[in-house]
Design a protein around this ligand. Structure first.
Ligand code: NDP
Length: 278
């Protein structure tokens, strides 16, 4: 048998992207499944996005992840967009198949699958989501499509907060409304509280400015920051709540991308281990 030196190529494009650990996670998953695939981290400036996507197609890449600031802009260069990504208005994963580029958003689905893995059901639940950025948008749409009954969005920027509530309200059966975040935010009673802000990403000592005494036993508290144990999680646990980190979301959104590209199920264990040691 002649040797085949041709590798299947995937990766991520973004700016900045140097601290993105996805390469460790995906390459561990390729290795665990004995796949001759590679994942390459590439810096692309916004004005080169279209050229970069065309280049990836010319180089026969099988797919790509998109991170900040390309998730929204890349939508207009796709040949096809998955239904929930169309609602969200942003993509983070592209499959390149016979020269066609198909865009998906796996962030929200990864969040939902992470919750499932943690044994938390979303059906009929009342959610409070802190933040209304790109990740919050994807999470709110997918949680609503997964059966959440009500989603309250707390955000500083009124326009962004209202836009996410309207997106959920107009496109899903879930009820949604916006609460303005000023000073220390009170948390309405809910089943699941989610930190979808970027607070906590820079330092272990940062946590969203909310009234932690509103958290109580029986509430599930979910951070999307990927540190193993954030200050937000610690404060929630002190109030008796069960708290989970954003690692589950990261692994599960990656596993969905892995399956879209390779057709195989990823080893979640290999992905978790790679991230914990990245
Ligand atoms: P965006 O920049 O789109 O949104 C950031 C959000 O955080 C905005 O709603 C912003 O509020 C809010 N925010 C920022 N600082 C504060 C503050 N001091 N107090 C209150 N709210 C604040 O980012 P993304 O949505 O793309 O990402 C958010 C976080 O999620 C990032 O840290 C990212 O790393 C993480 N993430 C994790 C993933 C995972 O797999 N676990 C996947 C994707 C993202 P405002 O609108 O008022 O400015």
């Amino acid at each position: 048998m002649a040797k085949n030196y041709l590798l299947k190529l995937t990766g991520v494009i973004g700016l900045p992207v140097d601290g993105n650990p996805t390469v460790a996670m995906q390459e561990a998953a390729f290795a665990a499944n004995n796949l001759p695939w590679r994942y390459i981290t590439m810096q692309v400036v916004p004005q080169d996005l279209q050229a970069a996507l065309l280049g990836l197609r010319a180089l026969n890449f099988s797919g790509i992840n998109l991170t900040m600031p390309h998730k929204v802009a890349a939508v207009s260069y796709m040949d096809e967009i998955a239904p929930s990504a169309k609602i969200i208005g942003a993509i983070n994963t592209v499959v390149i198949e016979e020269s066609r580029m198909i865009g998906y958003n796996t962030d929200g689905q990864g969040f939902v699958n992470g919750m499932k893995e943690a044994g938390v059901s979303l059906a009929g639940k009342r959610l409070v989501v802190l933040g209304a950025g790109g990740a919050a948008r994807a999470i709110c749409v997918e949680c609503a499509l997964a059966g959440a009954a009500e989603i309250l969005i707390i955000n500083r920027d009124e326009k962004r907060g209202n836009a996410v509530a309207k997106l959920v309200q107009d496109n899903t059966p879930c009820v949604s409304s916006y609460i303005h975040w000023q000073g220390t935010a009170s948390i309405p009673d809910c089943d699941i509280l989610i930190n979808a802000t970027s607070v906590g990403i820079a330092a272990d000592t940062d946590a969203p400015d909310i009234c932690y005494s509103d958290i109580h036993k029986g509430m599930v508290v979910q951070d999307i920051i990927t540190r193993e144990r954030t200050l937000f999680m610690q404060k929630a646990e002190q109030m008796g709540a069960k708290a989970f980190s954003g690692l589950g979301m990261l692994v599960h959104q990656g596993a969905i991308g892995f399956k879209l590209w390779t057709g195989e199920d990823a080893s979640l264990d290999a992905m978790y281990q790679a991230l914990l040691h990245a």
